[in-house]
Design a protein around this ligand. Structure first.
Ligand code: KE4
Length: 431
């Protein structure tokens, strides 16, 4: 039953574009009414009609310790009693900075902002300032927030300049961004050779999450590192998703490739608005007020967001955390593959730790073209049938699923049982 969600959605659309404050939440790719959520606890969310779901969206990554974790709620309550924002430095911000720098290999200095978009926008501005160059390289299917400079899609040919990924992005801006196939090191080498001395930065999701999950091919990240070293290009890892998700020190520690700058978000805010960027001291020292590169934010380092972030990270420091997340991911991956085989359903599961994506594809998915070639209409049916069985998945083929420490063995078993039923429904063409 979705009466309340439907009524709310109808009303919301009169006031908010698409009825949502972020487009993917409108479930347009699924052709269904989005569920308006009333509350969440642990691995479960409940919509305004009282329907309860096992949640694999996790607010798109932040909720790695589960919703409404008692220690996070208590930390927020304590912080709020002391005020909600001062616009002045606090000891807690220093504690969070210390934790981030100690955890993430590439961080010598870090600055907190309010979103992943702000983090990548600032890191790219810094890279351009530090190199005196204007062009940047990103990858097809890579999403780095909605700043003009990264809302760019590949030009007609691999080496042609980017074209606006959205109306309102000036072509002059888009042309400075080259978008290349993910995992294609040769294309990057060609682009760098095509624009000698002009590339300021390469920004990459070290594990792609925004075309669905696509892991880096062996040698891809190390190849980018070597290329950047050879040509004085700033290597930026966008770890907004992977930071503290795929390892305590992020993908850079998991794959042992250290970028010059790192962007963080999601998990480090524990569900409150936090982003961060940081890296080499010689680069970060160029940021105002020390250096000339400007970036600012009224609510950056906000006491509530910092409290939720600190509480979340402290929970993640507990022994066995990442082994547990890895094991939960492994159980689901093996289970989905087995259930699909049982139903004679071609399925690819791309997984790194506790982030993964199911593609209805006959062969491995290693880049955006591969992801787009998967059976997205079958994914849409899969989404609906899983929702009807109480499993809440990302409403898009091109997103990552997330497991939290709160997902129980029963949650995983229920999810796998539901997937087995759904795979056979799909195989038999049942609606
Ligand atoms: P935000 O500005 O949404 O906090 O972060 C932007 C961003 C930057 N980098 C990466 C790798 C990201 O995944 C994101 C945001 N991720 C999307 C989901 N894939 C957020 C969900 C949404 O847009 O509503």
């Amino acid at each position: 039953m979705t009466d309340h969600s439907s009524r709310l959605f109808q009303h919301a659309q009169k006031l908010i574009p698409g009825g949502v404050n972020s487009p993917v939440r409108a479930w347009r790719a699924m052709g269904l009414t989005p569920r308006f959520i009333a509350r969440a606890q642990g691995a479960h969310i409940t919509d305004v009609d009282g329907n309860n779901y096992i949640d694999f969206v996790g607010s798109w990554g932040p909720m790695i310790v589960g919703h409404a974790h008692p220690r996070v709620v208590a930390a927020l309550h304590e912080a709020a009693k002391a005020g909600t924002s001062y616009g002045a430095p606090t000891a807690a911000e220093v504690e969070l900075a210390e934790m981030l720098v100690a955890a993430v290999p590439g961080l010598e200095m870090v600055r907190l902002v309010n979103s992943g978009t702000e983090a990548t926008m600032s890191a790219l501005r810094l890279a351009r300032a530090a190199t005196g160059r204007d062009r940047i390289i990103k990858f097809d299917g890579g999403y780095h927030g909605h700043a003009d400079t990264v809302l760019v899609q590949a030009g007609s040919g691999v080496l042609t300049q980017g074209i606006p990924g959205s109306p309102g992005v000036p072509p002059a801006m888009a042309q400075l961004t080259l978008s290349l196939p993910y995992n294609d090191l040769a294309a990057v080498e060609q682009a760098v050779a095509q624009y000698p001395g002009e590339i300021a930065a390469i920004i990459v999701e070290p594990v792609a999450g925004n075309m669905g999950v696509v892991p880096p091919a062996p040698g891809f990240l190390a190849g980018l590192r070597q290329l950047c070293d050879r040509h004085g290009i700033v290597l930026i890892f966008d770890e907004v998703i992977t930071g503290f998700r795929v390892a305590w020190g992020g993908a850079q520690s998991r794959y042992e490739v250290i970028p010059d700058l790192t962007c963080l978000g999601k998990v480090i805010g524990g569900g409150l608005p936090v982003g961060a960027y940081g890296g080499r001291r010689d680069l970060m020292a160029q940021m105002a007020p020390v250096g000339p590169v400007y970036q600012a934010g009224t609510l950056s380092g906000n006491p509530l967001a910092v409290a939720a972030g600190l509480a979340t990270l402290k929970i993640l420091t507990e022994p066995g955390t990442y082994e547990r997340l890895e094991e939960q991911g492994r159980v689901l991956e093996i289970g989905f593959v087995a259930a699909a085989q049982q139903a004679g359903m071609p399925l690819i599961v791309n997984r790194v730790g506790s982030m993964f994506t199911l593609f209805f594809a006959p062969s491995p998915v290693t880049d955006l073209a591969g992801a787009q070639a998967s059976d997205t209409s079958r994914f849409q049916k899969f989404f609906r049938l899983m929702l009807e069985r109480g499993i809440y998945l990302p409403p898009s083929q091109f997103e990552a699923w997330f497991i939290s420490l709160a997902h129980t063995k029963e949650d995983l078993e229920k999810t796998l049982a539901a997937s087995g039923q759904v795979f056979s429904c799909l195989k038999n063409g049942q609606p």
